[in-house]
Design a protein around this ligand. Structure first.
Ligand SMILES: Cc1cc2nc3c(=O)[nH]c(=O)nc-3n(C[C@H](O)[C@H](O)[C@H](O)COP(=O)(O)OP(=O)(O)OC[C@H]3O[C@@H](n4cnc5c(N)ncnc54)[C@H](O)[C@@H]3O)c2cc1C
Length: 296
């Protein structure tokens, strides 16, 4: 019987398996330490093998799509990062498309637009993977991906497959069933619609985002509380430009924290300061939209 890594390599058939996965290199915010291992499934079966093997070996797993809404600890993660970026491919059937969880939403938008399909243009400029977008119910005031998602095919922590029809996905504002059930989304079926000019839809959606901050970030850090804008509350508390080491609150949008040479600890400290200040000054308790990985 070999060491844990050898057993992981043997068990996770259909995957690329390695040691030392650097979160700073694989996240939009560009911070964070190392995961002990990484597993990159190349197919659905590979993903099933990976999760059942990690389970058998007692190795904790964290899932990573495009890494655009996560903050990983500077101490890293004592387990495996399961990366979906090789679960690509999209099959169109009229206005329905079934896309692998690793497909970048931007690429999906373009492929759909080439077929005269729109309806997903609110995702233009959101740097998500399909799996991450479904897990987070990503979107804007113009729409959320859950409204289009007819079904998601997932794998549980032991490698067993499940199909979730839309009504079982619990798509609410910034929340889904997948936030609670620990499933890895393998692919999603989305219902798009015919569009007279899908490229125009995409261009308009991108234009509407032109004023957003450009530095390294995770997008919005906090969810909007009911009936209010987290960004407006943070701005009202005078926190634009507030700093913790190399992390600062963006001038263009107060719900973005920008990495200007920060550690994850500094970013987390700034998020805590924002939460505390907003609570003291407005009585509103902000909740993170971003997901933390590892110990802080
Ligand atoms: C500049 C910028 C702008 C943004 N603008 C928006 C916006 O307008 N609207 C919006 O909603 N978001 C926005 N975001 C946030 C982010 O892009 C979305 O939340 C996106 O859906 C995250 O997808 P991801 O693939 O990067 O997920 P990741 O960041 O990799 O993961 C996010 C969470 O989903 C889990 N996860 C990832 N893949 C899977 C999977 N296959 N199965 C199960 N769980 C999975 C992870 O474990 C983690 O908990 C923005 C981010 C940036 C950096």
């Amino acid at each position: 019987m070999g060491d844990v890594f050898t057993r992981l390599q043997e068990g996770a058939k259909g995957c690329i398996v390695g040691k030392k996965f650097c979160f700073a290199e694989h996240t939009s915010i560009g911070t964070g330490g190392l995961a002990e291992y990484f597993v990159r499934p190349l197919s659905q079966e590979g993903a099933q093998n990976a999760l059942s093997c990690l389970y058998r070996l007692g190795i904790p797993a964290v899932y990573l799509g495009a890494g655009t809404n996560v903050l990983a600890s500077d101490q890293g993660f004592g387990g495996a990062a399961v990366c979906t970026d090789a679960l690509t491919g999209a099959a169109f059937d009229g206005a329905l498309v079934t896309a692998g969880s690793g497909v970048k939403c931007g690429n999906l938008l373009t492929a759909a637009a080439r077929r005269g399909l729109g309806g997903l243009s609110f995702m233009a400029g959101i740097p998500a993977s399909v799996g991450g977008a479904v897990r987070m119910n990503a979107g804007t005031a113009a729409g959320h991906i859950g409204e289009l998602c007819q079904e998601a095919v997932c794998c549980d922590g032991k490698g067993k497959l499940f199909t979730f029809p839309q009504r079982e996905c619990a798509f609410y504002y910034k929340h889904t069933a997948f936030a609670d059930n620990g499933m890895l989304i393998l692919r999603a079926r989305l219902r798009l619609r015919q569009s007279a000019d899908p490229f125009k839809e995409i261009a308009a959606a991108k234009k509407a985002r032109a004023g957003l901050p450009r530095g390294r970030s995770m997008g919005c850090v906090f969810k909007n509380p009911p009936g209010a804008s987290a960004g407006a509350l943070i701005e009202r508390c005078g926190l634009k430009g507030a700093r913790s080491g190399g992390a600062y609150v963006a001038e263009e949008h107060a719900n973005f924290i920008i990495n200007g040479g920060a550690s994850s600890a500094e970013i987390r400290a700034l998020a805590e300061r924002i939460r505390r200040t907003v609570l003291e000054k407005t009585g509103v308790l902000l909740q993170e939209e971003i997901v933390y990985i590892g110990e802080f």
